[in-house]
Design a protein around this ligand. Sequence first.
Ligand SMILES: *[C@@H]1O[C@H](CO)[C@@H](O)[C@H](O)[C@H]1NC(C)=O
Ligand SMILES: *[C@@H]1O[C@H](CO)[C@@H](O)[C@H](O)[C@H]1NC(C)=O
Ligand SMILES: *[C@@H]1O[C@H](CO)[C@@H](O)[C@H](O)[C@H]1NC(C)=O
Ligand SMILES: *[C@@H]1O[C@H](CO)[C@@H](O)[C@H](O)[C@H]1NC(C)=O
Ligand SMILES: *[C@@H]1O[C@H](CO)[C@@H](O)[C@H](O)[C@H]1NC(C)=O
Ligand SMILES: *[C@@H]1O[C@H](CO)[C@@H](O)[C@H](O)[C@H]1NC(C)=O
Ligand SMILES: *[C@@H]1O[C@H](CO)[C@@H](O)[C@H](O)[C@H]1NC(C)=O
Length: 360
Amino acid sequence: MTASWTSCPDLVACLLLCATTALSQDFQLQPLNSTVLRGFDARFNATVQGKWEVMTWHVKGLLVLSVSNRVFFNVTSSSPQFSARPCTNGNVNCVAFTIHNVTRSQAGPIVCSVLGHYGFKTAQLQVEESGTVSIVGGNVTAVQDQQVAFQCMTSDWFPAPNISWSLNGEPANGSLFNTSNVPDGDVFNSTSVLSFQAVSNATVACWGTVSMLPNPISSSSFLAVVPKPPDWTVLIAVVVSFGSAGLLVLLIFGIVFCCRRRKEKKPNYQDEMSKRVRTQSQVSSVSAAGQGQGQVNAGYVLDGQTNAAPSQHSDSGFSQRNGQELPDFAISSQAGNDYKMAYNTLDEPGLRKHRHVTIV
Ligand SMILES: *[C@@H]1O[C@H](CO)[C@@H](O)[C@H](O)[C@H]1NC(C)=O
Ligand SMILES: *[C@@H]1O[C@H](CO)[C@@H](O)[C@H](O)[C@H]1NC(C)=O
Ligand SMILES: *[C@@H]1O[C@H](CO)[C@@H](O)[C@H](O)[C@H]1NC(C)=O
Ligand SMILES: *[C@@H]1O[C@H](CO)[C@@H](O)[C@H](O)[C@H]1NC(C)=O
Ligand SMILES: *[C@@H]1O[C@H](CO)[C@@H](O)[C@H](O)[C@H]1NC(C)=O
Ligand SMILES: *[C@@H]1O[C@H](CO)[C@@H](O)[C@H](O)[C@H]1NC(C)=O
Ligand SMILES: *[C@@H]1O[C@H](CO)[C@@H](O)[C@H](O)[C@H]1NC(C)=O
């Protein structure tokens, strides 16, 4: 010291330098940043060079513990939650301050002060909270190549958890999932959605963690992949299209057929009419015979006479005779037979006459 006095021309500068180096080296607090999980212990070490007498610890501005080292190492604590002891047996130059079972409310500045020129040191305490993780919806069954989505909900975490996914124990590519965090009071709730194409059976797990959590909290679900069923939609589509095409063809054929038939019918109309006439005249001739009017038959013969050859006059003669003799037949009991005869004989020439009519 005496050497310093004489050799140092700038007394004040030297004193200040000596004081600051002595102060910074005499008292240290470790760690300056501490992160612990709620419920765990937070520990800070204060290392003091030289003989010190009183040390105090403040948590979030409250004096929670003091250590007197005047004679013995005497500790006064506001609560059993706070404790202090020499870091190693008998060495009071290092003091270990511990907050047991730390709570979220204790997060903040931790200040250690030492009586005298030592001053104080401040550290920061962060308290994390691990919450719950759960995959919503349970096990999933999917068809092969189907896009499947798993939703993972986490709640009561602080800070927002780091969420990851695994497929069969292998970490899932980050491009497969999205996570959103929502603050809820002093905690965070998160939702993460993992979506991918189902290939084969897989165990899907959602993992939530914060930096100090020794083992991430997870929730698992099972993805069962069933093979693709035969593509009924394609089959149905094929059947329906073919069926409708067939129906269309049938419809077209039907329409064409109908049109053709109509066209064919029109020229045949004359035939149809002639047929009708023929049947009507037959009926009339039969009815005429049934009426037993010989005169009607005679009328037919007269028409036949105009066309028939002279050799057929015998028929007409017969009919004429028949007509004339009708009264006699009517008297006789054999009239029925005679009518029949007359009808038979008249039948052939009668038909011939009709053919002439149709041609006209
Ligand atoms: C302590 O941690 C906080 C947040 O984690 C950070 O911003 C800060 O720089 C850290 N301080 C030191 C001294 O490491
Ligand atoms: C300090 O602790 C010692 C034993 O460790 C005890 O005998 C003494 O009374 C204590 N002093 C005070 C002031 O509490
Ligand atoms: C830790 O603190 C909580 C409340 O802060 C209390 O319920 C719990 O019993 C404590 N655990 C221990 C081991 O002291
Ligand atoms: C994740 O996926 C992206 C695109 O899908 C790809 O470029 C990247 O290589 C993948 N990462 C890993 C680790 O597989
Ligand atoms: C994630 O979100 C982005 C944008 O909202 C979207 O384009 C992407 O498809 C999402 N990915 C997943 C796996 O949901
Ligand atoms: C999900 O699948 C696994 C494996 O098959 C099974 O052990 C578990 O009980 C299933 N969970 C539910 C909720 O069905
Ligand atoms: C997939 O899982 C289902 C349900 O557990 C099972 O029936 C099937 O055999 C599994 N398929 C394969 C390929 O392991």
